[in-house]
Design a protein around this ligand. Structure first.
Ligand code: FAD
Length: 318
């Protein structure tokens, strides 16, 4: 018995969300009295760093044929890794690649799956995992009764600090079937700070009237060290790139700070952001639904409020 954690990579390095997944899986392994093994697929120059987050062994499937993300192939590699390790619990980060592979791995292993877990499992009475439901309006505690268990962890849910430690890295060379995906072109994210990794996010909606007004949002984000995001209509109208669109049909994020400017707070938008630790809403309509989900609200015109915030942040940073 052991715990296997899929550690995803970006640009040849361990992705930030993988450190949290490994820390999470390592604590589960410790609670179960077993070891945590991480599995890394494709080129990665810092796989051994996962040892600091509690993994004692790292399987690195580093053949160049794994360099392009192919959900079907990655599923096979993780399943083979789980079989090789005799893993009963398999952990993913609930992000782009984890969301794509975790259900496939669960199906192949006849495992129960909880996707989007927000806390450690309770083993007091079965193996019960807490997850957000109804677009984050409630929590459900789901007991997994199967022998094998798959969990994808919503990023920014648990302590992800490094605890020290080291891991052995082993090359892993599983036999897999033919690729199902042909990558024609890779378009690199242009943002300096990827949205899914950002701890602070400044987001704006249709209340900004047009793309020419985003300068002040970018200025505020820069002063705060935040990433920028937007509502869906803003991306649909090409005011902002689609990778900034957050919500039910966009990216789901869980930053420590989410500042929403000129966004009404429709349920579909909230679905992607209402797990943020602190939400600040700036809207000129005191009846805007978003205020109900806000920790702090400013009723005011964005075109007056944001420049003042930028000035205040500049003065603070000076
Ligand atoms: P609006 O609803 O037009 O709100 C603009 C807000 O700006 C208003 O509250 C207004 O009071 C305020 N405002 C106006 N002027 C100012 C000013 N000068 N200063 C301050 N505030 C001002 N939406 C998403 O965002 N993400 C999704 O993933 C998503 N998925 C969807 C999926 C489905 C199936 C459907 C049907 C819809 C989806 N939507 C999604 C759309 C969603 O329902 C809303 O239409 C959308 O979120 C509204 O965007 P908005 O708040 O920017 O615009």
């Amino acid at each position: 018995m052991s715990v296997l954690i899929y550690a995803n990579t970006a640009n040849g390095k361990i992705h930030k969300s993988a450190f949290e997944a490994v820390a999470y899986g390592s604590k589960i392994a410790a609670d179960l009295g077993t070891n945590a093994t991480a599995i890394v697929i494709g080129a990665c120059s810092d796989a051994e760093s996962l040892g600091e987050f509690g993994a004692t062994k790292i399987l690195h499937a580093n053949d160049s044929k794994f360099n392009d993300f192919d959900p079907s192939i990655y599923t096979q590699v993780v399943v083979k890794g789980a079989e090789a390790e005799g893993a009963d619990v398999i952990i993913f980060s609930h992000d782009f690649s984890g969301k794509s592979i975790a259900p496939r791995v669960a199906a192949k292993l006849d495992a129960g799956l909880v996707s989007g877990a927000v806390d450690y499992p309770s083993t007091a009475n079965g193996f019960t995992v807490k997850k957000a439901v109804f677009s984050g309006k409630a929590f459900a505690n789901i007991t997994i009764n199967t022998d094998k268990k798959v969990i994808s962890l919503l990023p920014n849910s648990v302590d992800k600090s490094a605890k020290g430690g080291s891991a052995s890295v082993e090359t892993f060379s599983p036999e897999v079937g033919a690729a199902t995906v042909k990558v024609k072109e890779v378009i690199k994210e242009s943002a300096d700070l990827p949205l899914t990794e950002a701890e602070k996010v400044v987001s704006a909606g249709r209340g900004l009237k047009g793309p020419e007004n985003w300068g002040m949002i970018e200025d505020l984000a820069k002063e705060l060290g935040a990433a920028t995001a937007c509502s869906r209509p803003v991306a649909d109208m090409d005011w902002r790139p689609h990778h900034e669109h957050v919500g039910q049909t966009g990216v789901a994020i869980r930053p420590n700070l989410y500042i929403a400017v000129g966004i009404s707070g429709a349920i579909q938008h909230l679905a992607g952001v209402n797990q943020s630790k602190t939400i600040v809403v700036i809207n000129n309509d005191p009846e805007a639904p978003f205020f109900k989900s806000a920790n702090y609200g400013i009723v005011g015109d964005a075109f007056e409020v944001i420049p003042k915030l930028v000035e205040a942040a500049k003065a603070f940073n000076a």
